[in-house]
Design a protein around this ligand. Structure first.
Ligand SMILES: *[C@@H]1O[C@H](CO)[C@@H](O)[C@H](O)[C@H]1NC(C)=O
Ligand SMILES: *[C@@H]1O[C@H](CO)[C@@H](O)[C@H](O)[C@H]1NC(C)=O
Length: 256
């Protein structure tokens, strides 16, 4: 009996070991351990002056469940990325945690996230637990990147207030769904298709000096963080020829 069992046991151990190794190598949905703090101000939402350049939108997007990131800010590439963050103290914390959007850059005491107070409190099981968590100020967490979801929203271009028609165009990208990064942006004049690669001035803000005239098409290069695949996305709608600082334009598309 033992003679037959032993090879079988060995086989099982090998299979389990292999499984663990494979999981380890392709663990793109695994949680990563870190720490999270909350904004020191009394505002429930995030900040309107976040490093991403989203402006007041940076405080209210995702219902105010937003965060500043340190390493995950990635020189602005991380702006608009979504993370599921859950604290690990089983007495206070829920399994689900909270899903936040990165709108700012910042670091605390060995933290990856500085959450809005609202988002931070949402990691708790109860209102009572939320008060205890807030009092701690910083907690151990686990996080993972998740797709952003904005139901009934298209990708939207907000022309920055600092733009100066027709000499200088700056804009940010709102409501970027999915789990990919915008790693480059091209601005194309739509009748003769002359295009310009834009500079990321800071955060999620893209700028161009002397933009092409005529209706403009803003094309985005989406890069998949998991497999490195890159795709240029062309919006359905153009930015009108007479664009204005402060205006908001619907791209007519959603992305995954
Ligand atoms: C494309 O068209 C725009 C507007 O008509 C014009 O200003 C620009 O010079 C043209 N570009 C090229 C490369 O022909
Ligand atoms: C998104 O774009 C589509 C296609 O242009 C349009 O029909 C739809 O109304 C837009 N949705 C929103 C919420 O603006």
């Amino acid at each position: 009996m033992t003679l037959y069992l032993q090879p079988l046991t060995l086989l099982l151990v090998c299979v389990l070991l292999r499984q663990t190794l494979v999981d380890g190598a392709t663990c793109k949905d695994c949680f990563i351990h870190s720490r999270a703090a909350h904004y020191p101000n009394s505002d429930e939402m995030g900040t309107e002056t976040g490093a991403c350049g989203f402006g007041s939108f940076g405080a209210i997007i995702n219902g105010g469940d937003v965060s500043a990131a340190s390493n995950l800010y990635r020189d602005g590439v991380g702006c608009g990325a979504c993370y599921q963050v859950r604290c690990t103290n089983s007495m206070y914390c829920s399994d689900k945690g909270v899903t936040v959007v990165i709108t700012d850059s910042g670091s605390g005491d060995n933290t990856d996230f500085i959450l809005s107070r609202r988002a931070y409190a949402k990691m708790s099981q109860t209102t009572y637990a939320a008060a205890s968590l807030l009092a701690l100020g910083v907690v151990d967490i686990e996080y993972r990147r998740v797709p952003c979801s904005y139901p009934y929203k298209n990708i939207t271009f907000k022309i920055d207030e600092n733009s100066n028609y027709p000499h200088y165009l700056a804009f940010v990208i709102w409501y970027q769904q999915g789990k990919k990064d915008v790693t480059a942006v091209q601005l194309c004049e739509t009748t003769n298709l002359s295009c310009k690669l834009l500079d990321r001035s800071h955060g999620a803000v893209w700028t161009v000096v002397t933009p092409p005239s005529g209706p403009l098409s803003i094309r985005m290069l989406l890069s998949d963080v998991d497999d490195g695949e890159e795709t240029w996305v062309v919006p359905l709608n153009n930015i009108p020829q007479n664009w204005k600082a402060g205006d908001i334009y619907d791209s007519g598309i959603q992305v995954e």
